[in-house]
Design a binder for this molecule. Structure first.
Ligand SMILES: [Zn+2]
Length: 300
């Protein structure tokens, strides 16, 4: 009898656990955890970083570009179209920087807001507009206005975050001006694509970039030879490179000239580690200033 009772209880427990599990499963199916926050989709990391500064945890934020991808020649997938169609706000930089965006703009839902970062930027042949803090201010304001327009209940939150971000931009700008006015050389040799033209122009640095404005620009042997010659003649002790690309080219320049290599961060082509770490725009720009100060031998 005793044995039978124990066995029966065991069966009951197994059945109860099973039923509980089934109920939990059904409950999950019937009521999926719904994210009711405003859905914001960005083209790449620059727009993503700005949207995160302004929207914080009040928005459901995602970006189209995967980590470690470069934005100029990205190719949209059906998933890209679905993501853009589901967005309440879509943010990108410009058709010059992201030529593929024009193909997905028609899939934006009627009534959704679209922000083009470059619409408030100063004209420049370099489409990396975020490398000039003056272009970041109107961009951040447009993002805040779009978020508030779609989600007026959180307007005060967005405006407060905008004010903090604008203050951070002012501080960065002041620090760049201070540090970069005290350098022994203004020769900025970049073994990468033309992503720092606006930064160089803003702080009156003389920039030589190995390639044009997109990542797939030609790195011709002739151009490389020209850069090596220039480094030797000008006697610069450091050259700059960028994340993920052109490392072998930078190593060649270093080997041929004896110059040391320092990384700069484009903010557009971002490593998996930085995406996972939620590295902010300001953090990238601080890293850039640290390496520029070292490479240009600035005193401040
Ligand atoms: Zn670029």
């Amino acid at each position: 009898m005793k044995f039978k009772k124990a066995f029966f209880i065991k069966l009951l427990i197994i059945a109860a656990v099973g039923v509980a599990g089934l109920i939990a499963l059904l409950a999950r199916r019937q009521a999926p955890a719904q994210d009711t926050r405003l859905k914001v989709v960005t083209s790449g990391y620059v727009a993503f970083a700005v949207a995160r500064e302004i929207g914080g945890d009040k928005i459901n934020l995602s970006m189209l570009l995967p980590a470690n991808a470069e934005p100029h020649s990205f190719e949209p997938t059906p998933g890209t179209i679905i993501a853009v169609h589901s967005a309440g706000v879509f943010i990108y930089v410009s058709p010059q920087l992201e030529p593929w965006v024009k193909d997905i703009l028609p899939s934006v839902r009627p009534g959704a807001a679209v922000v083009e970062a470059a619409s408030g930027a100063a004209p420049s042949k370099d489409p990396h507009i975020w490398m000039d803090f003056d272009n970041m201010r109107p961009f951040a304001r447009s993002v805040s206005a779009a978020l508030s327009g779609q989600d007026p209940a959180n307007r005060a939150f967005f405006e407060e975050r905008l004010a903090l971000f604008l203050k951070e931009l002012d501080e960065l700008d002041a620090e760049y001006s201070r540090v970069l006015s005290s350098c022994q050389t203004r020769e900025m040799v970049h073994i990468g694509h033309l992503a720092f033209g606006n930064l160089a122009a803003r702080y009156r640095l003389h920039l030589t970039a190995l390639a044009g404005t997109s990542h797939d620009g030609e790195h011709s042997v002739r151009k490389l030879a020209g850069v090596i010659k220039q480094v030797r003649q000008s006697g610069v002790k450091y050259v700059f490179t960028e994340e993920e690309i052109a490392q072998n080219l930078a190593a060649t320049v270093a080997r041929e000239t004896g110059a040391q290599v320092l990384p700069l961060y484009t903010v557009e082509h971002v490593s998996r580690q930085d995406v996972a770490a939620h590295t902010t725009y300001a953090q990238f720009m601080h890293r850039n200033l640290t390496n520029l100060a070292r490479g240009l031998q600035c005193k401040a």
